[in-house]
Design a protein around this ligand. Structure first.
Ligand SMILES: [Zn+2]
Ligand SMILES: [Zn+2]
Length: 136
């Protein structure tokens, strides 16, 4: 699969190829800032196949929480494009920035439901984890 996307103003464009590693919806408190309140929908893709084809992303990493992630965004319009997850050699695309968000289909799992709000909806029949899914 080849996925292309861009930020809201179009200053940033990206493309990535490969099979999605996972499709998740994250309910964590940090993601709620990115979405405006709802869970964040992300599609994990292999970071080795990812490139910005236009523009240069700004990035931000919090220094006041354990194991912070680095999030890329457009310095012109503020749209968050992705989260870098070097431990998994993945980039987590923000589904709303994909040219065809329908490629996301449905989430495989919901994570960080410990922070879920009453107005968050978890689709029937998908695994939901209080934090990350157990490894191994
Ligand atoms: Zn932009
Ligand atoms: Zn999150």
């Amino acid at each position: 699969m080849e996925v292309t996307g861009k930020c809201y103003c179009g200053a940033l464009e990206y493309k990535v190829s490969g099979e999605p590693l996972f499709r998740g919806q994250c309910h964590c408190r940090e993601c709620q800032y990115m979405t405006g309140g709802h869970p964040l929908s992300v599609m994990g893709m292999p970071s080795s196949n990812f490139e910005y084809t236009k523009g240069k992303a700004a990035s931000f990493t919090r220094s006041d929480i354990p194991n912070p992630v680095t999030r890329d965004f457009c310095s012109n319009c503020g749209t968050h494009t992705l989260t870098n997850l070097p431990a998994m050699a993945a980039v987590l695309l923000k589904v709303g920035t994909m040219d065809d968000p329908s490629l996301y289909g449905k989430p495989d799992m919901a994570i960080f439901t410990c922070d879920a709000q009453e107005f968050h909806i978890i689709p029937e029949g998908i695994p939901a984890f209080e934090k990350m899914p157990p490894t191994g």
